[in-house]
Design a protein around this ligand. Sequence first.
Ligand code: SF4
Length: 394
Amino acid sequence: MNVLKRLNDPQLGREMIRKVRERAARLTERLGRAVTLMEVCGTHTMAVSGTGLRGLLSGLVELRSGPGCPVCVTPARDIEQIIAFARLSGVTVATFGDMVRVPGAQSSLERERAGGARVQIVYSPADALQLARDNPRWEVIFIGVGFETTAPLAAVSIKQAAELGLTNFSIYSVHKLVPPVMGALLGAGDLKVDGFILPGHVCAVTGSRAFAFIGEEYGIPAVVAGFTPVDILDALYVLLDLIQAGDHRVVNGYRWVVRDDGNLKAQRAITDCFYTGDAAWRGFGVVEGSGLFIRDQYAQYDATQKFAGAGPASVAGPGLATERVGKSTTTGGFGTGDFLEPRGCRCGELLRGLITPPDCALFGGKCTPASPAGPCMVSSEGACAAYYRYVTNQ
Ligand code: SF4
């Protein structure tokens, strides 16, 4: 039982697991089915799989993954755009490692790099900024993938670039906001869950109050959780009690990190550099007010403006191993376009909590970490990668 190994106090851990199982069993009996919960964020997805919690609660609690894996929710259209940037002469694409292997319609950053494109893995926007400073002849485009947690760091790097007068640094912002997509998820009406485990790190920036609408408007309880096994067990314990009591509150179970109003300094950093607009998400289409786009004041650091002629690398055409799964309007000045998904890939449904990875016919066969068909198998926070590594292959 991995979870016990990771607890400082195994006795306390055993007791917590016993109590969580006991509560889950009582609820399961009352409901006549397993309690269904969604762990919204990819870090929780990895934690509940990696610690064995998913298996430990099997039959009592069904844990569904949600839209909280930033690489996974970056839509195909943006992947194509990023590949187009990598093909530009003189450009270096600086990106988090997970993005490199995400398959596009015909290529990936990994393939582009093998073909001679400059693609550099970085660990933060600050690294990308440094890359630009160290290599003044390169045009460095940082791929800004992430949620409220990473956007403040990107904002700081934009401001630093401005202070330094750097002219060879820009960001392609595909940063996204979690509360609007939760609204879209619940508003769609097809998700059936009894409660949510909310991402502690996102809530540290937004504040727990940003998610209060889940209880108030949709009557579903939620608990903000940290990331250690004890944090997650504690959140489960509280969440199961809320469900049992018919209490639809959103409870902050990570009080030592998360305030009701969040981190005002980080929020200011975001709003100083970004404005909110409609953004496309894999599996959701366009979600109103869910994207962060660089303000005009910093237009010279906005890759969409600096390289306005570099449209997406490919669009749907005969013979491409993609299928059209929706049609909407993209943002960021690239006009309209279809959302393309790898044929047979069900990442979209997975990100909406409608299925689990083994429900996808490609899982473990045509789609593995060594040969991924979709982003949920690539990302270190992807549900398919977590299932493949910890659930089905243990
Ligand atoms: Fe997509 Fe692969 Fe997951 Fe299927 S198993 S949903 S193809 S990532």
